[in-house]
Ligand binder design. Structure first.
Ligand code: SF4
Length: 104
């Protein structure tokens, strides 16, 4: 029987770094209040973005210190990004086609 090619173990550090960079490119972390605030907020866009930025900065620091995230960490961060993305779309801050986990 022929040898099966060995599957390379996915690198969660690289995957998480890519997700963080995608999130920074997608979410308007530096947007002024005039862009975020409207009269019909369905969840505070400002607070959601502040929370998201803290999560991004925390993981950037942890990766910088050499930590290796688990698949659970990746999944949790991706799920949180999708939830916040949906809220920002509802509030009219983002358009629906800018998905933080969209593959190019
Ligand atoms: S809920 Fe938040 S985003 Fe909406 S108007 Fe108030 S501060 Fe601005």
């Amino acid at each position: 029987m022929a040898d099966q090619p060995r599957l390379r173990k996915p690198d969660t550090r690289t995957a998480l770094a890519e997700l963080l960079s995608q999130m920074r490119a997608t979410f308007p972390l530096d947007a002024p209040d005039s862009r975020l605030c409207n009269l019909d907020c369905n969840g505070c866009s400002k607070k959601l973005l502040e929370f998201l930025e803290m999560q991004i900065e925390d993981w950037e620091r942890r990766l910088g210190e050499g930590e290796t995230p688990t698949f659970g960490d990746l999944e949790k961060l991706g799920r949180m990004a999708r939830k916040i993305h949906r809220a920002l779309v509802r509030n009219g801050v983002l358009s629906p086609d800018r998905n933080p986990e969209a593959r190019s």
